[in-house]
Design a protein around this ligand. Sequence first.
Ligand code: AP5
Length: 180
Amino acid sequence: MRIVLLGAPGSGKGTQATNLVEKYGITHLSTGDMLRAEVSAGTALGVEAKKIMDAGQLVSDDIVLGMIKNNIESIEGGFLLDGFPRNLNQAEALDELLAQIGEPIDKVIFFDVPFDIIKERLMSRGRSDDTEETIEKRRKVYESETAPLINYYTKQGKLVTVEGVGEVNEISQRIFKALS
Ligand code: AP5
């Protein structure tokens, strides 16, 4: 199974990814986690990426596409993309890459969560990009860059909307049902 998790920052993509990879035995690919690993390792890329992430902006397409390409081609048994693609250019590049290897996306799960709930979740988490100012910036970037992917994947007939409010396991059950 090849799945994309789509949703605003804080909508629960990473949380649900844990339950999905366990249930389906697929590989979790999170561009945010990959970038944070670079930050923790103190690489040149990590130093540069941290500034961009803390400002709530998107890291360049070339960097994230490179990270995805390096990982995706060697995966066997399916994957779950979390935080990628994040704009139309990334989505088109992903489709092209997957067409080349004959493994298109099966489904895109869109997490529908009101912003006031998202803000509450992120303010109580406390990651370095979870300040009030950066949360608002990330929301704006999401709305202008990422939200158009809802329409992109609807047109492909792949989008499934899941209400992302409630208990974590209850939301997981909704996703399992949507994928069955
Ligand atoms: P990324 O790591 O992808 O973060 P994000 O999209 O901002 O999303 P979050 O991790 O904040 O939220 P989430 O939807 O995964 O929710 P989570 O499960 O954590 O990206 C970070 C940055 O990296 C970007 O801003 C950008 O700079 C860069 N980047 C990454 N990918 C990129 C790309 N493709 N292109 C360019 N730049 C890129 O949940 C959030 C909180 O809510 C947690 O505390 C969780 O415990 C809690 N929670 C979750 N579900 C529930 C629930 N049901 N009830 C109560 N609390 C809940």
